[in-house]
Design a protein around this ligand. Sequence first.
Ligand code: AMP
Ligand code: MG
Length: 428
Amino acid sequence: MHEKTAKPSSTSLSAGLSVREAQACILGKATPLGTEDISLERALGRVLAVDIRANRDLPPCDISAMDGYAVRAADIANAPVTLQIVDDIRAGDAPRAALRRGQCARIMTGAPVPGGADTVVRVEDTRPSPDDAVEILVPVPAAADIRRRAENMRQGEIVLRAGTSIGPGTVGVLATVKQATVTVYRQPCVAILSSGNELEALREPFDPARIPDTNTYALMAQVQAQGVEPERLGITRDDPAELSGFLERGLANDLLLISGGASVGVHDHVRPTLAALGVAMHFWRVEMRPGHPAAFGTLGHTLVFCLPGNPVSSMVCFEQFVLPALRALTGHQHLFRRTVPARLTQSIKSRPGRVEFVRVTLTRNASGIYEAVHAGSQSSGDILGMARADGLLIVPSASKGLATGETARVQLLETGAYQAESDLGDGV
Ligand code: AMP
Ligand code: MG
């Protein structure tokens, strides 16, 4: 796909890549996995690996869009006029015969329009008349309320392209063209490992001296939000032998996420242990805050992400690096979170040198403009900020901060797509 190799922004690798360079480096190694055939009922959230064609014309013939009477437009040009009812056509019926002058057919929505008829008059525009007749009250132009043969899709035409993400509407199309089995890109196997002697597992007894393992579950949820079910490897202590055992298991996957232990402390063994297992590291610093010690390597086709231990850093790095990789592996064409411009209703300080991802909540003002406010504490250890955030506001690396009223880009997180009120605008 993207066979670019990222060049470090400085001659020294320890200076770290820019976020953009790091993304390019990762995406150069993340090509879609193979394909598999799955049943349509399981296809939501997957990506089509083949073009899909219509297997029939739809509608298969001219059909009525309304309950009413199929007539010859010329017969009713001087309505009101009374016509003889010669047929009663329901959806699924075949019309008995073509209409002759002065005749009409009672017709239901979805029923085939009989020969001779060129328009449909709605029931509301008619009045029953004795002796199998009906009074047509208004003239109707030709072709009214008729859905033409193949106006929705024509047999053989491509209705969905390979690379389409399958949403509920896509599932509807696939069912319509009778794709009971769908060829999609395979889902990656993703393993998640937390590292640190201090970590207390979710179901371990409470110990006030330890730190709860946040990252395993936050990262699992980020993967699950992409429709992929990860494997939880658990917690490894900061011990090279134990770590090595866990990593070996993790490296059997398409994607391995390790949080913690990737910095340069004497007890941070992740990078050397990965290297000892043959993983080639492509970068190990990114000029961002939070998330500076993010690292990325590969072993064969396996992508390995070392995420910083602080829960917010690990989640922010997931958003920038793991998410696009995961989406590339699963065949998605849109790899990145949507960004929107937002007006700051508060100033934001920043230290120049690294791009900063600020957790913000978003609201829309009366003119539809996004307004951003801090989502509370910006500590990279404070998971509460991440839980509250609707988005990550991007402060460019050269900036010393942004003033109230300035506009910045905000990367939208999963939240924020819903609102409290059913606000459909006027006239609804
Ligand atoms: P490290 O990257 O291992 O130096 O860890 C940085 C900080 O993140 C330390 O305060 C760790 O206790 C914390 N940390 C590491 N892993 C986790 C985790 N899985 N859940 C919550 N906090 C963590
Ligand atoms: Mg640690």
